[in-house]
Every structure is written in structure tokens, then in C-alpha cells.
Design a protein around this ligand. Sequence first.
Ligand SMILES: C[S@@+](CC[C@H](N)C(=O)[O-])C[C@H]1O[C@@H](n2cnc3c(N)ncnc32)[C@H](O)[C@@H]1O
Length: 227
Amino acid sequence: MEREKNIALEFDDFSKNYTNDMIGCVPHYLQLVSSFEKHLPKNFRPNSILDLGCGNGNITAQLIPSFPNATYTLVDASTQMIDLCRNQFKDYNITYSNKYFKDFIFNSESYDLIVAGFSLHHCDNLEKQSIFKKIYAALKKGGIFAYCDLMINKTNPDHPLLLEEWKKFVNKSFPDGEKWNWMQEHYEAFDKPSDYQEQLEWLKGAGFQNIQIPFNKEYWVYLQAVK
Ligand SMILES: C[S@@+](CC[C@H](N)C(=O)[O-])C[C@H]1O[C@@H](n2cnc3c(N)ncnc32)[C@H](O)[C@@H]1O
């Protein structure tokens, strides 16, 4: 409970300069965000979209130009992040849910598209498996789950190298080293990435059959799974 309370407060704080911080701290951030629109099947026209861990709305903002008339449901534990979305998306059909994923009710067969950008690595392995099942049940038949994140276990033998490369990337954008120090604390306290191979098995276990990985660079992954 304490940990969850802190995620909301951590991201309230992070919300202040969020997009610039993400561009400078997360390798391939803009490419991964643009993947949510770029890799969807060309004839796919979702009417109802759920954004899990919407943050300041960067994934929804990517989708709105292509699907301006869809209904959107945005879920996030951070009140400040939800407020940024409320200001940004005044003209669209959006429902907000300022909740943790575990408290959000995933109604069955309700969405054509469910997206999660850099939010599920805050869930541990069991939570991810549970949420994949809820996502599958909440999608309509033919619906798509699109998800991007860092997908490597902290015990993976490649993890130390990933951290080295990541540090170089962050220090290029923020050379005084302060940002990397802060990120290390955040990563230690809040982040629980899982190997993508393991997650593919969990997705299959949840029922997904057609799973594609259109983007995968140094464990920064964007995947799509069809119900
Ligand atoms: C790194 S941000 C990602 C924001 C946006 N989707 C993007 O791609 O830039 C992660 C967001 O997920 C939210 N979050 C993390 N764990 C959550 C949970 N268990 N329940 C609800 N929101 C959560 C955080 O509050 C934060 O706003």
C-alpha cells in the first residue's frame, strides 16, 4: 500500500517536466510513442480506447489525430498527471479514472484498443500476469493490446550492460550526473521490468494468439497482441 501511494506521489512530482525528462532519459522514447499509431493495422478503426498509465497523455495524444471520434478512458494513479490530461484533451470524449490498476474495473469486451506506455514495468510479475488477463477479457474480439516498455529482468545477464548504456544516454542529455542519480533511485524503488520472452508467454497464457514485436532495440520494446 505504501509503495503504491508513493508511485502516485512520485509521478505527481515527475509530471512537472515530464516529456522533456522522458526524451532525455528514455532511449527511443519518441519512436516508441509514435509506434502506437504507426504499427496499427491500416484498416483498424478503434471506437473505444483504454490508456493504462496515461501519464501526461503522450500516447493518447498520438492516437487522437487518427481517431478523433473514439471514446477514451484514461487511467492513472497520479492526480497531477490526470490533471495535465484534463487540460490537454478538453475537446474530446474522454473519461478519467484517477486510480491504481488494481482498483480499476475492467469491464468485459468493452474496448477495441488498450494501450500501455511505460506503465506496466511498475507492476511485478504476478501483477503483470493478472493485468494481461484483465486486458484480454476487456478487449472486444479482434481488439488490440499495444504496449511499450523496458522489457528486461533485473537478473538478466545483459542487465548490467543495459544500465551502462542507459547511463551514457542519460548523461549525454543531463551531463551533471544528477538526473542519472535520481533515475537510479527511482529505478531501484519503483521499477520492475520483466523479460519480453517471459511476457510473451504470459500474454499467450491470457489468450492472445497473434503477437507481434514491431520495435525492439536494446530491450526497449513495443509489442502488439490481437484478441
Ligand atoms: C512513465 S509514466 C508513462 C506515461 C505515458 N503513458 C507515457 O508513455 O509517457 C507511467 C505512468 O503510469 C502511472 N502508473 C504506474 N503504476 C501505476 C499503477 N499501478 N496504477 C495506475 N497508474 C500507474 C504513473 O502514475 C505514471 O503516470
